[in-house]
Design a protein around this ligand. Structure first.
Ligand SMILES: Nc1ncnc2c1ncn2[C@@H]1O[C@H](COP(=O)(O)OP(=O)(O)OP(=O)(O)O)[C@@H](O)[C@H]1O
Ligand SMILES: [Mg+2]
Length: 465
């Protein structure tokens, strides 16, 4: 008899209902062309690769950081990118995330996001830190796995609405290369089969104890599979062995996922207003989660995956945030912290103390510092070309040259930002290609920082006289 209790899975004392994996990544638009660090097998950067151009030393250093993270040699340490605006600090941090792959949590935060009206600074940081620590949970589960040969859903009348039919159970035939089995699954599983749109030819597995259904993909070369939908799913091999078997399943959750889950469970008992109203997570919840995770690790069922917390524009952090981060870096469960700043010696926010990059010295001491340098015109030209391609802007050679010149004289970001308005200017003239004159026009309408300061100064003089 195939018995199903409810659609969640149970580990130790904590029950987890499908918590989504949080690999948060915003602020990505400007860096969508970056696919990785563009290094060769020896870790040396290629001049132009994976969307990155030049900045060779910084990229090589970032490659070493990735290797140290993979080997677990970065614990309790951090990285600081320093360099003038628009020299690729954020871009290289994004590249590090890409290199680390999906399984390593990477959380990006701009330091200004710490100042939220709803949460304390330390809570924002704490949540970010915990989102950046993964827990890989390994489990042996009894499952039914195979390609769906047949699926029949039995529906019955809705108990309160005789005109509606609701799924009651399903008869499903699963096959592997060596075995075939027909099982009847109850309502909870049937609903999942419908939600996932499971059809003939799909490879799926069903957890024999909890009834959780997982769709792996579409069976490669399965002759009976007929798909009328346009979207092409992932093609997978037909499984081998028995349909009913023990399978090792690996989930990666973050500590924050677990915190939210446990907190939500508690709140439903104690509050009528739901969890959303109260966004801070209590220390008790975190303690419970930490204890559970430690237990999983000591029992060999779980593994900690330290991820990366990237804090951009770090000079916006204040002394309180810095001391919180320093303490967090020392704790047992700490992610790798990557900071970026374009400031030189400046005051640490919230104090009168001057410090390199506005960062307290004791924290600086733990950071590996990677400098980025201004680009040469050739590199700027190459970056603009890549961005133009990414944004589907067609530049004439003259327009590219002008943008390169603007990029060298003002800033790379300004040149990149002019591209889109210039494209619209060209479009209004009925042209697809963007010419130098369109760039000129856009440049007159949108000034760079130096010009905008000039502009204010001019008027200040007028008014003050
Ligand atoms: N080496 C590079 N290769 C390709 N694109 C780059 C490179 N460096 C920077 N870019 C692109 O140029 C733009 C500006 O770079 P980025 O935002 O990384 O600068 P930054 O050093 O973080 O500046 P800031 O100090 O102002 O934050 C982005 O769109 C970025 O993706
Ligand atoms: Mg930046």
């Amino acid at each position: 008899m195939f018995c199903v209790l409810v659609g969640y899975w149970v580990i130790g004392v904590v029950e987890i209902r499908e918590v989504p994996k949080t690999v948060e990544f915003r602020r990505i638009g400007a860096h969508s062309h970056i696919r990785g660090l563009g290094l060769d097998e020896k870790g040396k950067p290629k001049k132009v690769a994976a969307g990155l151009v030049g900045q060779l030393e910084a990229r090589e250093a970032a490659g070493l950081v990735v290797e140290m993270i993979r080997e677990g040699k970065m614990a309790g340490r951090g990285v600081l990118f320093v360099g003038p605006p628009g020299t690729g600090k954020t871009a290289i941090a994004v590249a590090i995330a890409r290199e680390l792959g999906e399984d390593t949590p990477f959380v990006a935060l701009s330091a200004s996001e710490v100042y939220s009206t709803e949460m304390k600074k330390t809570e924002v940081l704490m949540q970010a830190l915990r989102k950046a620590i993964g827990v890989r949970i390994r489990e042996e589960r009894k499952v039914y796995e195979g390609v769906v040969k047949e699926i029949k859903i039995r529906r019955v009348k809705h108990p309160f609405n005789p005109y509606a039919m609701v799924p009651r159970e399903a008869r499903i035939t699963l096959a592997t290369r060596d075995d075939e089995l027909t099982i009847t699954v109850p309502e909870e599983v049937t609903v999942q089969l419908l939600q996932l749109g499971v059809r003939r030819g799909d490879v799926i597995w069903i957890d024999a104890e909890t009834g959780r259904v997982y769709k792996v993909g579409k069976a490669k070369g399965y002759e009976k599979a007929k798909y009328y939908d346009v979207e092409a799913g992932r093609l997978v091999e037909i499984p081998e062995g028995m349909v009913k078997k023990t399978k090792e399943i690996v989930h990666t959750l973050t500590l924050h996922d677990l915190d939210v889950y446990i907190a939500a469970q508690r709140v439903t008992i104690t509050s009528l207003f739901g969890f959303e109203a109260e966004k801070e997570i209590s220390p008790e919840v975190r303690k419970t989660v930490d204890e559970q995770v430690r237990k999983w690790v000591s029992e060999g069922r779980g593994e900690i995956v330290p991820g990366v917390l990237f804090i951009d524009d770090a000079h916006m952090l204040d002394i309180e945030s810095y001391s919180f981060l320093s303490r967090a870096m020392e704790s047992e469960l700490a992610p790798i912290i990557i900071l970026a700043t374009n400031r030189g010696v400046t005051k640490i926010r919230g104090t009168d103390i001057e410090s390199p990059h506005g960062i307290p010295l004791d924290l600086l001491d733990r950071l590996l510092i990677i400098p980025t340098r201004p680009y040469k015109p050739d590199e700027i030209r190459e970056i603009i070309k890549i961005r133009a391609e990414q944004e589907e802007v067609e530049l004439t050679d003259e327009a590219l040259e002008l943008l390169t010149k603007i990029g060298s004289e003002t800033s790379l970001r300004y040149a990149v930002q002019l591209m889109e308005p210039a494209r619209i200017v060209a479009k209004r003239k009925g042209r697809e290609e963007v010419r130098a004159e369109d760039v000129e026009e856009a440049r007159k309408l949108f000034v760079d920082v130096k010009q905008s300061v000039e502009h204010i100064r001019k008027y200040e003089e007028m008014f003050l006289k």
